[in-house]
Design a protein around this ligand. Structure first.
Ligand SMILES: [Zn+2]
Length: 309
């Protein structure tokens, strides 16, 4: 028999479930993903190289990658450098990182006075770690721009410091790890396979929404379905067509692999970027191949386009 206490208990339980559901549902209008660069490294089209910007409540908050040209798109977006909470690098190839020095120099003329954390993978024979990348750009002793040393030197006077953090990349440790959190944002990363180059994928959670980024990867470590599970938006790099052979297919995902990941992770919307000559004119074929495993919306964004999750 139901007593008053049972009913009260049930009502409280329902309230709790409802509040969990509200906390978990995506507050889409508060969050925006903007494309700062949807191209690859080629010199052939008007697209900037890779870069993405996440806005929260109309404030630019998170930058993912800083490929050449993406800084110009950042300026065009109306974002304020002082509002950026952190910069994340998927890897340190030129087409993902060459504009960092431009951000740092430009930031000298901004109102920024809060330290800026920067995240990226560890290095190997072919590529520097996040810490070394920053040091070799800006340090007085070994940097290519030694005059910008105050931005990283704790002893020097500057409005803010760039604070690099190296995230361990590995072929063996394949569990996603949380790398960043503040009051609103949580960022998780996982190692991905990009040939011999250390590279990371990221999952960004904010206001109950999830936006994930594959970065450049071949899919061989199979870490993306877990990382991107249930994402509202997945930005996947479509740098090659299905018939790619040799080195390109060791570095990048074929369309069928993108489809399998999006289908397995049940992502709500798929955005295809990092377009190159070998993929940009094959979009119908790409969509058909992805459709074998994934039935959600598939979009090919242009630079500066924005998406609510
Ligand atoms: Zn790339």
């Amino acid at each position: 028999m139901l007593t008053k206490f049972h009913i009260l208990f049930l009502a409280l339980g329902l309230l709790l479930l409802q509040s969990i559901a509200v906390a978990q549902s995506c507050q889409s209008q508060r969050v925006k993903l903007q494309m700062l660069g949807t191209g690859g490294p080629e010199l052939l089209n008007e697209r900037a190289s890779t870069g993405y910007l996440i806005w929260l409540d109309d404030k630019a908050s998170i930058i993912i990658d800083a490929g050449p040209g993406s800084l110009q798109r950042f300026k065009q977006s109306g974002a304020k450098y002082a509002d950026i909470r952190a910069i994340f690098f998927t890897h340190f190839h030129v087409d993902h990182s060459a504009d960092l020095a431009g951000y740092v120099k430009g930031g000298f003329f901004s109102e920024r006075n809060l330290n800026l954390p920067l995240y990226g993978p560890s290095g190997d024979t072919f590529i520097l770690s996040a810490d070394d990348f920053v040091k070799k750009l800006f340090s007085a002793a070994e940097g290519v721009y030694p005059y910008l040393d105050p931005t990283i030197n704790p002893q020097a006077n500057s409005a803010y410091k760039l604070l690099p953090h190296t995230i361990q990349w590995s072929y063996q440790e394949l569990d996603p790890i949380q790398v960043y959190a503040d009051k609103e944002f949580k960022v998780t990363s996982v190692s991905v396979h990009h040939g011999p180059f250390p590279a990371l994928a990221y999952r960004v959670e904010v206001a109950g929404c999830v936006i994930s980024f594959s970065g450049d990867m071949s899919g061989r470590l199979n870490t993306l379905p877990d990382l991107t599970k249930g994402s509202d938006l997945l930005v996947a790099h479509n740098a090659i067509a299905e018939d790619a052979t040799g080195v390109p297919q060791l570095l990048h995902m074929k369309p069928t692999i993108i489809g399998k990941i999006a289908g397995e992770a049940k992502v709500k919307k798929l955005l295809l970027t990092h377009m190159m000559e070998r993929s940009i004119n094959r979009q119908d074929e790409t969509v058909n191949l992805i459709r074998k495993s994934y039935q959600g919306p598939i979009l090919f964004p242009r630079d500066l386009e924005s998406f609510h999750p």
